[in-house]
Design a protein around this ligand. Structure first.
Ligand SMILES: Nc1nc2c(ncn2[C@@H]2O[C@H](COP(=O)(O)OP(=O)(O)OP(=O)(O)O)[C@@H](O)[C@H]2O)c(=O)[nH]1
Length: 330
């Protein structure tokens, strides 16, 4: 389908749904926050899914408390039939309160079963239409992940729109290389080079770009029940909650050493921690050895000052990481 065939909600009566995907740490939440803070006069309902049982992404999505629905009992692509359908049904009962839906999947999700929900479940298919699969790709790490992560490849293959993000971290030659790799997997998607996902929102939302025929060519059993996909069996997700504050003098050296030493195996880490006498939450994010942290957003009145961290990776010594974090207690 092309831009010349507008199929807006006014015409079809269906709510447009954008599936936002991309590997761990590529910039999905960055794009989502950009969409939610930009002044476009639209109201979005957001469904966030994360890998690991401690909800962190939900708290990192800005100013959208009421509209954010969180699914964190596993990978979205394995629980779509349940969670996503239930949430979509709930959303349809609140029609009129929002103009479109955005589903942010975990970095480890295969987008196929997510997209399938919008065709296979009759109630969902009657009420909503998949507008586009938007994939955020990390210009620095994508080439590596295409070698060892099948999900990363599927996310590119399924995309209608690709944001090749973090162009600030790579040279022009590396950029050309990663772009060529993307094109061998998906020659069709619109591709935008971005830093911090700085793309015009109209390039991402309401594209009316999802092309079922292309997807069936790619995956002939797309519209059949029992569609299988495989997960990276070695991938671990370690979520730790400390019921209290952590001492920055212990925590900062610990996290920095951990990511330096085990960086190659830590695909993603993030957390929200409470420092003593600090009214704001300390939020940190890491991708391999690149670590970033800052105080942002006040702890709300009455909110327990709990510290939560998540590590996703391979060959991680869970007991040692757990012990190390708990030893940072203030
Ligand atoms: N240098 C650089 N950093 C970026 C860019 N875009 C995002 N980041 C940083 O990359 C980290 C991950 O960004 P997120 O938006 O949380 O990524 P995500 O895809 O939502 O991550 P997961 O949900 O864990 O898979 C954050 O620390 C961002 O600030 C970019 O264009 N350049």
């Amino acid at each position: 389908m092309s831009d010349t065939q507008p199929q807006t909600e006014a015409l079809t009566g269906k709510i447009p749904v954008t599936v936002l995907t991309g590997y761990l740490g590529a910039g999905k939440t960055t794009l989502l926050n950009r969409i939610l803070t930009e002044n476009h006069g639209k109201r979005y309902a957001v469904v966030v899914n994360e890998f690991g049982e401690v909800g962190i992404d939900n708290d990192l999505v800005v100013g959208a408390d009421e509209e954010v629905f969180e699914m964190n009992n596993g990978c979205i692509c394995c629980t779509v039939r349940g969670d996503l359908i239930r949430i979509m049904d709930g959303l349809m009962k609140r029609r009129g309160k929002f103009d479109a839906v955005i589903v942010e999947t975990t970095g480890l999700a295969d987008p196929a079963p997510v997209a399938q929900t919008f065709f296979m479940d009759q109630d969902v298919a009657d009420a909503a239409r998949l507008d586009a699969v938007v994939t955020v790709a990390d210009a620095k790490w994508l080439v590596e992940r295409l070698k060892d992560a099948p999900e990363a490849k599927n996310q590119i293959a399924f995309a209608d729109v690709i944001l090749l993000n973090k162009v600030d971290l790579v040279s022009e030659a590396e950029l050309a290389d990663v772009e060529a790799r993307i094109r061998t997997i998906n020659p069709y998607a619109r591709l935008h080079r971005t830093t911090k996902c700085d793309v015009e929102i109209a390039q991402v939302l309401e594209r009316n770009a999802f092309d079922l025929e292309r997807i069936i060519e790619l995956e002939p059993d797309f519209l059949e029940e029992g569609h299988h996909h495989h997960h990276d069996e070695e991938m671990q997700s370690i979520a730790i909650t400390l019921d209290g504050e952590v001492d920055p003098e212990k925590f900062l050296p610990w996290i920095s050493e951990l990511t330096q030493v085990q960086g190659p195996d830590i695909l993603r880490c993030k957390g929200i921690v409470a420092f003593p006498d600090e009214p704001k939450r300390f939020v940190f994010q890491g991708i391999h050895m690149i670590l970033d942290g800052d105080v942002q957003g006040d702890w709300k009145a009455g909110e327990p000052r709990r510290s939560r961290v998540v590590f996703i990776g391979r060959n991680l010594d869970e007991a040692a990481i757990r012990e190390g974090f708990l030893a940072c207690a203030a």
